[in-house]
Design a protein around this ligand. Structure first.
Ligand SMILES: [Cu+2]
Length: 128
């Protein structure tokens, strides 16, 4: 009886530890590569076409694995240059834009943070 109790308690402990480990996963996954600020902002309607895009994240980025693509309303890519991590702020990703006309544009970003976590997202903005 005593031995059975011990075995049972150990099993319960193992289950508890497993549950705790699972509970920690989502928090860790959300803590990385979050887009904190975008210029132009998501959903904005601009009077003048921007000549660059500037995305600020909550962690330092790896430039090799961080990309930004801007597409027009037909899905054609307008970005011709590669996105760059800002030399003075490793949390900032910038990409130059050619002259773009009025219309709706979608931004697709994908980044890898310094600790090798990858995240991606999309948003749109408009040029009036
Ligand atoms: Cu991370």
């Amino acid at each position: 009886m005593r031995n059975d109790m011990k075995t049972f308690n150990r099993k319960q402990l193992t289950r508890l530890a497993a549950a705790a480990a699972i509970a920690l996963v989502p928090a860790a996954a959300f803590a990385h590569g979050k887009l904190e600020n975008a210029v132009p902002a998501a959903g904005s309607a601009l009077d003048a076409a921007p000549d660059a895009l500037r995305l600020t994240f909550n962690e330092d980025l790896e430039s090799t694995f961080s990309t930004v693509k801007v597409s027009d309303a037909n899905g054609a890519a307008v970005t011709r240059e590669k996105a760059k991590v800002d030399a003075s702020n490793p949390r900032v990703l910038t990409v130059a834009l050619p002259k773009i006309s009025s219309g709706s544009y979608s931004v697709q970003w994908a980044v890898m943070t310094h600790d090798a976590h990858k995240t991606k997202g999309t948003y749109t903005f408009q040029v009036k």
